[in-house]
Design a protein around this ligand. Structure first.
Ligand code: TEU
Ligand code: CA
Length: 596
């Protein structure tokens, strides 16, 4: 049975590599061609370094300040490369480090070929890249090209006059009956259109007013983007995380948002008519010339649409971030309590939607979301460490390339916000003006929601030690206040404690990296309906692993289904135990990985 399945995979891989069709090709329809060596496939998958990678995301502003100005910088990152390497990750994703007026912390780029002055110089960047390569790690950059800053030279020109040669670099429209051209809304509140007095026309901005959307239908814009990509690729970077990339192609005629999309406009803005064409062109013109990885931030892309972006035969993206899991705790922008069967269902659906030609990502946090232990674990003092380790166990054993956000390896938590003045994020400030100042939502309700959902939860400075400002900066004040729990939760403390989250994470990462089944193995959820236990297997043929996670504060006696009996315990966040056979006695938030 297993052998038969393996053969079907091999046959598929042999037959279909190199065809351009993304339709559901089945083995029996496909004609064998002269094939790239099928023996190289693992469980049907073409092995790739980025499928085997563990990615660590750095938000440079909040990582480490080297010169005492209160703002994290590139030299700060370079000084902590051993710390990152010690964790067992091997790819770093750097959030934007480009010149920017920081309306949205670097996601508004003024010059794509210049390092943000606050972060350092190009020499500092080269030094960072060198340090990464010396440690046999890789670096991917954030490619933010759905929009630029309004201070980018292209936009400065574009807004000057209707016949300026850069006018068509952006999306300009005349007013409609004295109003914006359509009803599109910005993700940072209000209309997505801003009237520019110089020419009396509106420009489109799906994010802040200072983030005008580029006009990708203009071939000049596309070539500019491919050139700037090559600029960084030629320096030796290993790929890109692409910011809101499914939004680059806008719907023909810019039709109004239909009412059913009002609460979730991303599903209307994404997957425009020329998206595939532009991504394939980008591949041809830039990416295909290098051995790099790409991951698209696929806000607004459904699971059904995903293979059309990541199927390797299409030459578009290697993988995308699907938001279903990370936003399971959200109804629009409002917190909702999630359940474990819902989370399990998402991973099963992802597994079913992607065949051997597509690849997935696994993440539950980043700079746009709250802290993983606060949102998906339990950040109370009693359970924080155990639940952070249980989540690390899950993230590093599910199917897809794991992306870990800085500080999650320390079990850093959400910030105890009590007032609007403590926030920095433009999304929060604009929402406050739109909702609280207009009396639509009470300040208390707003703050209660932001304590759980705000992006600033994950943007507070890294907690390095128990000195002032958690060792993030020597300045009297950090850019954003350090979480007051830095006295207990910090890297120095984690490093010195053999039972810390950091060390557990490093062991888990090492286990994943030496075990092909955790990368390429089949995924099976053993018990989709269980409200507290997440039990699944990863297997390549007879090389089988069992993961059991107690997602609750209860002590649970759990009988394994399917006559499975535990074998060797490879790792657990509670050490060894006496359980043998098919019945497990799990402590609160206990996580175990077995060979069986
Ligand atoms: O985020 C895209 C995005 O649409 C969401 O993450 C959204 O901004 C937010 O969470 C509100 O729901 C990307 C970047 O990751 C983010 O930091 C930027 O602000 C945004 O694009 C604009 O570049
Ligand atoms: Ca600094």
């Amino acid at each position: 049975m297993i052998v038969a399945r393996l053969m079907v995979f091999l046959l598929l891989a042999t037959c279909l590599v190199g065809t351009s069709s993304a339709t559901d090709n089945r083995a029996q329809d496909a004609k064998p061609q002269s094939a790239p060596s099928p023996a190289a496939a693992i469980n049907g998958y073409q092995p790739k370094w980025w499928k085997e990678a563990i990615v660590y995301q750095i938000y440079p502003r909040s990582f480490k300040d080297s010169n005492g100005d209160g703002i994290g910088d590139l030299k700060g990152i370079t000084s902590e490369l051993d710390y990152i390497h010690g964790l067992g990750v091997n790819v770093i994703w750097l959030s934007p480090h480009y010149d920017s007026p920081n309306a949205d912390n670097g996601y508004d780029i003024r010059n794509y070929r210049k390092v943000m002055t606050e972060f350092g110089s190009m020499a500092d960047f080269d030094e960072l890249l060198k340090g990464i390569k010396q440690r046999h790690m890789k670096l991917i950059l954030d490619l933010v090209v759905n929009h630029t800053s309004d201070e980018h030279a292209w936009f400065v020109e574009s807004r000057k006059s209707k016949d300026n040669s850069y006018r068509d670099y952006y999306i300009w429209r005349a007013p409609k009956d004295g109003q914006p051209p359509n009803n599109w809304t910005s993700f940072f509140s209000g209309s997505a259109w801003k009237l520019d007095p110089t020419t009396g026309e509106y420009y489109l901005h799906l994010f802040a007013e200072k983030q005008p959307d580029l006009n990708w239908d203009n071939p000049k814009v596309r070539n500019e983007v491919y050139d700037l990509m090559k600029f960084w690729l030629d320096k030796g970077v290993d790929g890109f995380r692409m910011d809101v990339i499914p939004f680059i192609s806008k719907r023909e005629g810019l039709p109004d948002l239909p009412p059913e999309y009002m609460a979730k406009p991303q599903y209307f803005y994404a997957m425009g008519p020329h998206l595939h064409e532009y991504l394939q062109e980008m591949n041809r013109e830039a990416l295909s010339k290098y051995d790099v990885m790409t991951v698209g931030e696929a806000f607004g892309v459904t699971l059904e649409q995903t293979p059309s972006l990541v199927d390797e035969r299409r030459n578009e993206l290697d993988m995308i971030f699907n938001f279903d899991a990370v936003r399971l705790n959200r109804d629009g922008e409002v917190w909702r309590d999630w359940t474990l069967p819902e989370l399990k269902a998402i991973y099963t659906q992802q597994n079913q939607a992607l065949d051997v030609h597509s690849w997935n990502t696994i993440f539950l946090s980043n700079h746009d979301n709250p802290r993983v232990v606060s949102a998906f674990g339990n950040d109370s003092p009693q359970y924080r460490v155990a639940s952070a380790k249980a989540l690390a166990t899950m993230l590093l054993t599910l199917k897809g390339t794991p992306f870990i956000y800085q500080g999650d390896e320390l079990g850093m938590t959400n910030y105890p916000f009590t007032s609007i003045d403590q926030f920095d994020d433009i999304a929060v400030k604009n929402a406050w003006k739109a909702m609280v100042v207009t009396n639509q939502v009470s300040a208390d309700a707003f703050l209660a929601n932001m304590r759980k959902t705000s992006r600033d939860n994950s943007r507070t400075p890294m907690q390095w030690d128990n000195s002032r400002n958690g060792g993030f900066t020597t300045a009297p004040k950090a850019r954003l206040a350090v979480n007051p729990n830095f006295l207990e939760i910090n890297a120095k403390q984690e490093f010195s404690d053999p039972n810390s989250i950091y060390h557990y994470f490093a062991q888990m990462a090492a286990l994943r990296r030496k075990t092909p089944a955790f990368v390429y193995g089949d995924y099976t959820d053993l018990d989709p309906a269980h409200p507290k236990i997440f039990a699944y297997t990863r297997a390549i043929g007879a090389d089988k692993y069992l993961v059991v996670l107690n997602f609750s504060t209860d002590v649970v006696t759990y009988k394994l289904p399917d006559a499975i009996k535990v074998g060797d315990l490879l790792i657990s966040n509670f050490g060894k135990n006496a359980d043998r056979g098919d019945t497990l006695h799990l402590k609160s938030w206990e996580a175990r990985v077995y060979k069986y």
